[in-house]
Design a binder for this molecule. Structure first.
Ligand code: NAD
Length: 466
């Protein structure tokens, strides 16, 4: 069906141009676009069996290596150190020695002496060849994720990679192909899927509280101007450079991950197509005049990334999802976290719920009714890990729950909650939204990374294997 629509759309464009008396786009350009769009949705030949539901032998104590110890890596390190019977950090790496030195200060407090690698851009390669590693956690700048993940899997290691798992379509396929060829786990570390609010909603969805799901909204709305211009906050100021290179949704997974889980994406439904549109770019250019004169980005006028990007996804079952991205507007943080069903509606920031059964859903539930729903449908893992969550925290506790589940599933030989197909589905919104915005917000078909296996209903690991 999507293929026919694409041809129809292009015919329509030509027809519309003629109708409006505009010159037809030249045939060669249209053929090139058609080829590009066809290559985006094309499914490649598999290099191994699907890793959907992959089970590997239980690992009693998971031996972990970490690459990248900037803002994010030390949090992962601390969580691992809080579960010594389940996991042990055997090696760490950061290109900057000062970051491994800092991590060693933490490790020494726990009497741990892992192997340390630093100093060169490829020091991590030597590390992941070690025999005493089961799992490699990758918390480096976005551009490094694919080459590090692919190489680590080729060395026989499982990988857990920070968000987004890849920034290009080719990178997404490389991860899928390598996971299938090596039969290794490749999980994207989407911590928002483990939030108290998000797991509560997932639990309510599974219990039928929302009825039939129809649409959802997710976002990454986070004013990062100061951080992006800072010379020290991110390695090589990697985030702001993306705003010069590309338009689209640069960070889709925090908002989209939980929403995709509510909708059972790759579990009976899939993302079908997307249109993406960006606003005017103004925030970064204006801010660039307020930073130090010796900043590389002082008075920068060629940012191409619009301040707000809206991407609209249609699923195979006909549901729609709005995904927003805005990291420059002075406004409070939000991932929106909205979900609509025939019997209930939820909206986050702050979390509110309306139910058809209470006043026809015309008002948000009163606090005591809302709290009663929170208590009744709280995901059991939040009760089970209450003490550990209080002690370890991390974005309100979801970081700890994520690490606990990752390690616990490996300890018990269970499939991981999120597989490589989830990671690439949610991340590919970045390159596809770029293409859509570039081509005037035209619909772009999603590739089917599962090669047809999305059709089967299957339970979420976090719901079925506690
Ligand atoms: N899930 C979340 O809530 C969350 C929060 C923050 C960051 N992140 C993600 O974590 C990742 C890292 O972000 P960050 O804020 O920690 O960035 P950062 O720049 O602070 O840290 C990245 C680290 O990687 C190191 N590095 C760079 N190239 C390397 C190489 N070739 N070999 C070894 N080390 C190398 C850098 O020295 C740096 O210490 C990103 O993907 C980001 O999107 C996720």
């Amino acid at each position: 069906m999507p293929h026919t629509n694409r041809r129809n759309f292009l015919k329509l464009s030509a027809f519309t141009s003629a109708f409006l008396g505009l010159p037809l786009a030249d045939t060669y350009a249209r053929a090139t676009i058609e080829e590009k769009l066809a290559s985006i949705r094309a499914t490649k030949l598999a290099q191994g069996n699907s890793v959907m539901g992959l089970k590997v032998a239980p690992i009693e104590q998971v031996k972990v290596a970490i690459i990248g110890l900037g803002n994010r890596g030390p949090g992962h390190l601390n969580h691992l150190l809080s579960m010594p019977s389940k996991a042990k950090v055997t090696a760490i790496c950061d290109i900057r020695k000062e970051r491994t030195d800092k991590a060693m200060e933490i490790l020494k407090k726990h009497n741990q002496q892992p192997a340390v690698y630093s100093g060169t851009v490829d020091a991590w390669k030597e590390m992941v060849q070690r025999a005493d590693i089961d799992l490699v956690i990758i918390a480096t700048p976005w551009e490094e994720h694919v080459r590090m993940g692919v190489y680590a899997m080729q060395q026989g290691k499982h990988v857990a990679i920070e968000v987004p798992i890849a920034t290009t379509l080719a990178g997404c396929w490389q991860l899928v192909d390598t996971a299938e060829a090596t039969q290794r786990n490749c999980m994207m570390m989407e911590n928002t899927c483990y939030g108290d609010e998000e797991l509560w909603i997932l639990n309510m969805v599974e219990k039928g509280i929302f009825g039939t799901l129809t649409y959802a909204e997710g976002a990454y709305i986070h004013d990062l101007k100061e951080s992006m211009f800072s010379k020290t906050r991110y390695y090589n100021q990697f985030r702001i450079r993306h705003h010069i290179r590309q338009d689209g949704n640069l960070y889709p997974t925090h908002g989209l991950g939980p929403v995709a889980q509510y909708l059972g994406i790759e579990r009976g439904d899939r993302f079908n197509k997307m249109v993406s549109m960006s606003s005017l770019q103004a925030g970064l250019t204006e801010h660039s005049l307020t930073v130090e004169g010796d900043s590389e980005f002082y008075n920068q006028t060629d940012f191409v990334h619009g301040d707000m990007n809206n991407s609209l996804i249609k699923t195979e079952m006909g549901r729609t999802i709005l995904v927003q991205h805005d990291v420059v507007t002075p406004r409070p943080y939000s991932r929106i976290n909205a979900l609509a069903g025939t019997k209930a509606y939820h909206e986050g920031y702050p979390s509110r719920l309306s139910l058809n059964s209470v006043g026809g859903g015309h008002h948000w539930l009163e606090e005591k009714d809302y709290e009663a729903m929170r208590t009744k449908y709280r995901h059991p893992i939040w009760a089970k890990l209450k003490k550990e969550i209080e002690q370890n925290g991390g974005h309100g506790g979801m970081d700890f729950v994520q690490m606990y589940r990752l390690i616990d599933c490996l300890n018990r030989g269970l499939p991981l909650d999120m597989d490589v197909y989830d990671g690439v589905d949610w991340s590919v919104v970045m390159p596809l939204s770029k293409v859509s915005t570039e081509l005037g917000s035209i619909p772009i078909d999603f590739p089917d990374f599962t090669r047809g296996k999305w059709k089967g209903k299957r339970p979420h690991g976090i719901m079925a294997n506690l």
